[in-house]
Ligand binder design. Sequence first.
Ligand SMILES: Cc1ncc(COP(=O)(O)O)c(C=O)c1O
Length: 423
Amino acid sequence: MSSSPRSSEGLRLSTLAVRAGQPRQDAFDAVTTPIACTATYAFSSSAELRDHFEGRVQRDEYGRYGNPTVRAAEQKLAALEWPSSSTTGAVLFGSGMAAITTALFALLKKGDHVVLPGEGYRRTRAFVTQVLARFGVECTVVPAGDAEALARAIEPRTRVILTESPTNPYLRVVDLPALVELKRRHPRVKLIIDATFATPVNMRPLELGADLVVHSCTKYLGGHNDLLAGVVCGDEALVSLIRDARDVIGGVLDPHAAYLLLRGLKTLPLRVERQNTTALGIARWLETQPGVERVYYPGLASHPDHDVAKRLLSGSGGVVSFVLRADLDTTARALDACRLAAIAPSLGGVETLIEQVALMSYYGLSKEERAALGIADGLVRLSVGLEDPTDIRDDLARVLEVVRRAASGADGARETKEVRTLS
Ligand SMILES: Cc1ncc(COP(=O)(O)O)c(C=O)c1O
């Protein structure tokens, strides 16, 4: 029935999403994982304390070093990221940025060099090019999708290649096997994939040879727009270095958020499969609309990485980016016509979210700065939720109607106000 990968016990991804990291609980015979809401843990005696510090007893000591609810979520995430591996570990953080920054602090030192493709989350790029630069770590930014430039950028002092796949916002899909091959020629380089947009349902980079996978769990993994979290997964030997750095830097996940994450993860395969299908349908429909200049979705033959996506992704994800035939202000007014999609940053949740990239993720940049980064004024990023696909499409039709009226000289501004009052 299912070609899903299997764990060493023969369990498939949907089963792992519900059950992994969730052994039978002693506490209250609860079926679900209890929230261990404690900042610290009591020792029954000084002898037990000594046993703990001298490694004879494995137990919790203090909240920044570990929490049972957080650990259960880490175990589930490790199982999902590489079901058949017994050495994969996961370490959770209070946000995706805490995961990325702590991993890089753990792996890099003064004099090291990072290669970073130019397209991706703006704050990740800012951290590498501005913050790490202050600590003597240099970076080469290469154009997205330019494999040759990436290979040329690797130097003897390069220690990390960090790339998203698919990327934000044009959904470029990295040819991961080619990158892994490149990395083989540079054994000191660690390949880190931010697979937030893919999720383990659509792609599992560790199975393909990446060293570490990062997710903003705030997005699909939590899946309900109600928590912030981040995770780094990889071989436990490497992950433990990052866990040690987390214990010092302190960007830990709160157990309440870990509980929400555990709950969200149980429906991850269901949600992502539905979002894949809805997004593909919407992307195909948008391509037929006169008000749309270009659609970016890896599942479409028109996407520059369609062939790579077909090889590496089992679904193209729930985000569709498209450029409206409209200027900055008309695009803004057009999005105001949405009654269902919320104008909000973030993605991957059950609610459909929409953003004009120039006014959200890239707010504060001049038109010229945005153009240099390839961010068009009419670029829209849509994260499809779990609403009925026809209702989402009808909402986008309202957006396109504003674009049509603006193009024909009708007053889109007044109409937008009228539509909005209906919501
Ligand atoms: C691809 C990607 N990685 C990392 C992050 C940062 O995650 P968080 O917002 O959870 O810190 C984001 C946030 O939008 C993102 O889109």
